[in-house]
Ligand binder design. Structure first.
Ligand code: PLP
Length: 385
């Protein structure tokens, strides 16, 4: 058997695995100690009651001969696509909106749209899944360096496809209108498609929430969103993305052919749950949840700045990106914090080789854990001064 040897090159998977293994081993050998995590990329709130009830009813419908749905539309149930259009994308038709089962797979699957010889550009650092999708699917990619403020530089050479993530995981930085406009001008000039991962869009208060707010974006951008982060669908799984007809007259013909042959639609139950997130009471609750996470982020930002760390992000995003003191590596700080403080952080190099001296902190955890972690770091800093 000849395997896809590229799979063995998925180093970032290894790093995540290694960090998780080290945390597990630490916990196993110290069963009575409390390890607190600032590394959590998952959310802490459960799904809302109204969403739960909608899904319970959907399960009952599937168990009843009269209401059983069987396979649904490949592109998502019409009511959900309509709700997404009406609430989020009033200037699009529902034919341009696709419902799916998670952005992690969507941002990789979309590469099937492009010819095998395209060159993909990936900012460094960013969500490692883009690079891993290129590696797994044998697509050529090159990394795009960032400036000193972790904003990727618009390239001078040609790329066919470029991933942008805003707010970016791990840096917690979201692009401004002007920064995005530069990318859009580049993409239109180069006939390049921007794959815009926007899963943290609900955290944006002051900046650009959707790339389509920027002039010209419909001509060159595919935007990806998920119910994972704001509606706690990390376990339920439901996402969506927009492929504008303006991008290319044939693009949706190609993608529909791909989709009906490669995908049988997202789960009916999760889609009904996602639909319920657009109800007023749920929207209000979800806004409160986001506020809770954002308060955590403000608390973390202030605490690390007060401790003298150089901090990025955390304003319109649930992540903070922090420079390690004394230029030590993120892995070394990860080890010290885990073994001496029992606090988990994420080493920056997991997100790109330009990020070895940084670490990521998440505001998606419980407030009390975040406070506890900061108290431990304060005590540690005093001791090691
Ligand atoms: N995109 C980014 C930038 C993420 O950080 C994550 C999860 O951490 C995802 C996508 C995954 O989203 P989903 O749960 O919809 O697969």
């Amino acid at each position: 058997m000849r395997f896809n040897e590229s799979l063995l090159n998925l180093e970032n998977g290894d790093s995540f695995y290694l960090a998780t293994k080290m945390i597990r081993e630490y916990k196993d050998t110290h069963p009575n100690n409390k390890v607190v995590s600032l590394g959590i990329g998952d959310v802490s709130f459960p799904i809302c009651k109204v969403v739960e009830e909608a899904m319970q009813k959907a399960v009952i419908d599937e168990a009843n001969e009269k209401t059983f749905t069987g396979y649904g539309s490949h592109y998502g149930i019409k009511a959900l696509r309509t709700a997404i259009r009406d609430n989020e994308y009033p200037t699009f038709s529902i034919d341009e909106i696709y419902v799916s089962q998670g952005t992690k797979s969507d941002v990789g699957d979309i590469l099937e749209l492009f010819s095998s010889d395209v060159l993909v550009g990936i900012p460094n650092p960013t969500y490692p899944i883009y690079k891993n999708a290129c590696i797994s699917l044998n697509k050529n990619y090159e990394e795009i360096p960032c400036d000193d403020n972790f904003i990727p530089q618009v390239p001078t050479k040609h790329f066919d496809v470029i991933y942008l993530c805003s707010p970016n995981n791990p840096t917690g930085i979201s692009y401004t209108y002007d920064e995005l406009k530069k990318w859009i001008d580049y993409a239109i000039k180069e006939d390049c498609v921007i794959l815009y991962d926007n899963v943290y869009f609900k955290f944006i208060e002051h900046g650009v929430k959707s790339i389509y707010e920027v002039e010209g974006a419909k001509k060159c951008s595919i935007e990806f969103r998920s119910f994972s982060k704001h509606a706690s669908f990390t376990g339920i799984r439901c996402s969506y993305y927009v492929i504008p007809n303006e991008l290319n007259k044939d693009i949706n013909k190609y993608w529909r052919l791909r989709t009906i042959n490669r995908f049988n639609g997202a789960s009916y139950v999760s889609q009904i749950g996602a639909l319920a997130t657009f109800e007023k009471a749920v929207k209000d609750q979800l806004e409160e949840n986001i506020k809770y996470y954002k308060d955590n982020a403000s608390y973390l930002r202030k605490a690390f700045i007060d401790l003298g760390y150089q901090v990025y992000g955390g304003l319109d995003a649930p992540y903070l990106w922090i420079k390690c003191p004394k230029d030590i590596s993120g892995w070394s700080l990860f080890n010290s914090f885990l073994n001496e403080l029992e606090v988990v952080i994420v080493p920056g190099s997991i997100f790109g080789n330009s990020a070895a001296n940084y670490f990521r902190v998440s505001a998606l955890g419980k407030k009390e854990d975040i406070i506890e972690a900061i108290e431990r770091i304060k005590r540690y800093e005093q001791k090691t001064k």
